[in-house]
Design a protein around this ligand. Structure first.
Ligand code: FPP
Length: 272
């Protein structure tokens, strides 16, 4: 049966969407947005121009994800390492860009029924940016469609440290260290992403093959899709291409290939 094409997909997007099985869309897609600097360098422009163009890519990707009904989209916008290792002028520019994006984008997020969330150590960000973030979250809080999570000042290792601290604090408040229970479910329920399913698909742009300290716990079984497209050139159609590739993969979660029963993979029995 031909999939019904969601309204508002453009011609190229519709062509790729037609190849997809709408019953097997990834529930949660995580994206490592990379290549803004290289995009600008190729055009002999300052890095800031690459970041500015990156906002257009964010807009297109979020709209397409929302239109096809992706439950959760998480964008790695700013790592803890970015914050510490980039020149102050670039960090300041990124903060202003984020602030402007949040102010301008709320009506479009509402139009697309997108709810904003954040992960990362927000308290270390400039106060005015924190206020703008809180404002945008509140003003999209009623939406019931895609949850758009921006990873800001985020590090997966810090997230795990924060989760362990939170587990210890919770035990201390509930009768002391004897009440500390550590198992996978306990860790999961203290992560920043505790209200989201783990990503099924992680996309990285600009051809790099690294996870760069992004959602290390949550990506344990995610399919990885790397595209050479630089982030500022990325659009909704590229997201759909990533989903098409994801749908070609067979997810095994450490098990056997579909159709391979243990009997097939066991060593042949020696008979006389
Ligand atoms: C990586 O490119 C990108 C970033 C560090 C920042 C991402 C920011 C944006 C896409 C724009 C603002 C985001 C939002 C959510 C409004 P890079 O600078 O590391 O590129 P390079 O590896 O080519 O130097």
């Amino acid at each position: 049966m031909q999939a019904r094409i969601p309204a508002d997909l453009d011609r190229k997007e519709s062509e790729v969407y037609r190849q997809l099985d709408p019953e097997r869309l990834p529930r949660h897609i995580a994206i490592i947005m990379d290549g803004n600097g290289r995009w600008a360098k190729r055009r002999h422009m300052p890095r800031a121009a690459g970041h500015r163009a990156g906002v257009t890519a964010v807009r297109s990707t979020v709209e397409t994800a929302a239109r096809i009904g992706i439950q959760a989209l998480t964008l790695y916008a700013f790592s803890e390492e970015n914050w510490k290792k980039r020149p102050k002028s670039e960090v300041d520019f990124l903060m202003r860009l984020l602030s402007r994006y949040l102010k301008a984008e709320v009506p479009t997020l509402n139009k697309n029924n997108v709810r904003l969330e954040y992960i990362g150590r927000q308290h270390e960000l400039p106060e005015d940016v924190q206020e703008r973030m809180a404002w945008a979250r509140t003003n999209t809080g009623h939406n019931t469609g895609t949850v758009l999570t921006l990873a800001l000042n985020y590090s997966a290792r810090s997230e795990l440290v924060d989760a362990f601290r939170s587990m210890v604090d919770t035990a201390a408040q509930n009768g002391g260290i004897d009440h500390l229970l550590i198992d996978e479910e306990a860790v999961r329920s203290h992560l920043y992403t505790r209200d989201l399913p783990d990503p099924d698909l992680v996309v990285r742009t600009s051809g790099e093959m690294r996870l760069s300290n992004f959602l290390l716990w949550q990506l344990a079984y995610a399919e990885i899709y790397v595209t050479s497209t630089l982030w500022p050139d990325f659009r909704g159609v590229h997201l759909l291409e990533g989903i098409a590739e994801y749908q070609k993969r067979e997810r095994r979660y450490g098990g056997l290939n579909h159709g391979d029963s243990p009997a097939h993979s066991a060593p042949a029995k020696v008979t006389k």
